[in-house]
Write a protein that binds this ligand. Structure first.
Ligand code: NDP
Length: 447
């Protein structure tokens, strides 16, 4: 780190010492920016780093609701409005028992650079609650979502802050949240993305994060004259991002052999085909059951409490569940087992020591900020369609998404080369994402 980035990081560490994930995300960005900032003193004079690491606004609120037994439950709701230099705050809502302010600040901070990379006018934000939809009835989820929106509605809007889904927030939750927003504001507007297709949602939005991540991986592999065809892939998670990463990989001729959830992993050495994927979608999206049932259904291996990384040999790994799910040890095992490419569908799934190791070993490493930006990019396309009151076809949206991912890949490659770190997509993504936001902040004055 340079003296400047070091100073900013140490101040942040002192002030927010308990926000581990946020400090981890900030350190990675500051590390990448260090050589770039040495040749760009204007950012230092105007204290751009000191400003960019501090959210513009953080909202924390009580979310009381009544469960099916008639008992009152109380959760905490958050919205971190991190940066609006290049557009309205944009980023998902996460409903999971592990949610706290540090996790949402890490996600909101990453979102600033990710959204900038998409080339669309989107600021960065993130929100959510420690409410876990897992194991709750539809009625309970609706009661919670309505109460959550009873406070959030006054802070968001189509030109102000546009939340979307994330872990624990899919089509069902977005529906309940949108319904309550509409009732409270008496306005039908594109205030949330990931909406149902009949009421303003964009084609391909559900698929976008997974498809986009695969498009990004294709571009990385092309730089080495390789393709996804015939490659064996480990995927973690079994939610939205995992399912559509899997779908796109199947269509491109890869053999995916694993999935997981927070209880354990399945290894299906024969490969997961389209028919099995249909089973998984029903299991996870309708019946909302554990991945273990897949192993019972198809007679494959199930490893309770394990992540997929050390369970089988593969060429490629796609972590698509949650943060810090690949340790240094697991990264070493994967490289020994032949993994030469990792693309992050999830946000920050690889621990920092593991990232350094993988880059050192010349593994093609696509960080979430770049690789999973297709989700928010397509949310941006949903916002455009809502503003214009039109709906593009699947093909139109998919083509736009594909082009955006190609452009993000190129922006990362170019920025990495500028700082003499060719092939380092982490540095590339951080620098390319930062420049646009930092320049906008300079132009808009000290606000
Ligand atoms: P879902 O809720 O649809 O699925 C999450 C999956 O990850 C589930 O299989 C879940 O298992 C597993 N998981 C969640 N938390 C943990 C944990 N602590 N340990 C182990 N497994 C866990 O979420 P998404 O697919 O939408 O999101 C997955 C990742 O992708 C997240 O990092 C998210 O931030 C990122 N992302 C999502 C985008 C989107 O458009 N949805 C956009 C960009 C990034 P279980 O069911 O047991 O909890």
């Amino acid at each position: 780190m340079s003296e400047y980035t070091d100073k900013v990081y140490n101040q942040l560490k002192q002030k927010y010492y308990w926000e581990n994930e946020f400090l981890q995300a900030a350190k990675e960005v500051l590390d990448s920016l260090s050589p770039f900032l040495e040749n760009a003193p204007k950012y230092q004079w105007s204290k751009i780093l000191e400003r960019i690491v501090e959210p513009e606004r953080t909202i924390i609120f009580r979310v009381p609701w009544v469960d099916d037994k008639g008992e009152v439950q109380v959760n905490t709701g958050y919205r971190v409005e991190f940066n609006s230099a290049i557009g309205p705050y944009k980023g998902g809502l996460r409903f999971h028992s592990s949610v706290n302010l540090g996790i949402l600040k890490f996600l909101g901070f990453e979102q600033i650079f990710k959204n900038s990379l998409t080339g669309l006018p989107l600021g960065g934000g993130k929100g959510g609650s420690d409410f876990a939809p897992k194991g709750k009835s539809d009625n309970e989820v609706m009661a919670f979502c309505q109460s959550f929106m009873n406070e959030l509605f006054r802070h968001i809007g189509a030109n102000r802050d546009v939340p979307a889904g994330d872990i624990g927030v899919g089509g069902r939750e977005i529906g309940y949240l949108f319904g309550q927003y509409k009732k409270l504001q008496n306005t039908f507007e594109g205030v949330l993305t990931g909406k149902g297709f009949n009421w303003g949602g964009s084609m391909i939005r559900p698929e976008a994060t997974g498809y986009g991540a695969v498009y990004f991986a294709q571009e990385m592999l092309k730089t080495r004259g390789e393709s996804l065809e015939g490659k064996t892939v480990l995927i973690s998670g079994s939610g939205n991002v995992s399912q559509y990463t899997l779908e796109k990989l199947i269509s491109l001729g890869s053999k995916v052999i694993s999935l997981s959830d927070s209880s354990g992993s399945i290894i299906d050495r024969e490969g997961i085909d389209s028919e099995k994927l249909e089973y998984i979608m029903d299991l996870k999206n309708n019946r909302r059951k554990r991945i273990k049932e897949y192993a019972d259904e198809y007679g494959c291996e199930y490893h309770e409490g394990k992540r997929p990384w050390e369970l089988a040999k593969a060429d490629i790994a796609a972590p698509c569940a949650t943060q810090n799910e690949i340790s240094l040890e697991e990264a070493k095992t994967m490289v020994n087992n032949g993994v030469g490419c990792i693309f992050e569908g999830a946000n920050m799934p690889t621990e920092p020591e593991a990232v350094d190791f993988l880059i050192g070993k010349k593994v093609l490493f696509g960080p979430g900020k770049a690789a999973n930006a297709g989700g928010v990019a397509t949310s941006g396309l949903e916002m455009s369609q809502n503003s214009m009151r039109i709906a593009w076809s699947r093909e139109e949206v998919d083509n736009k998404l594909h082009n955006i991912m190609i452009n993000i890949h190129q922006a990362c490659v170019n920025a990495a080369e500028e700082v003499n770190a060719p092939g380092n997509y982490v540095d590339g993504a951080n620098i390319a994402g930062f420049k646009k936001v930092a320049d906008a902040m300079l132009e808009q004055g000290v606000v």
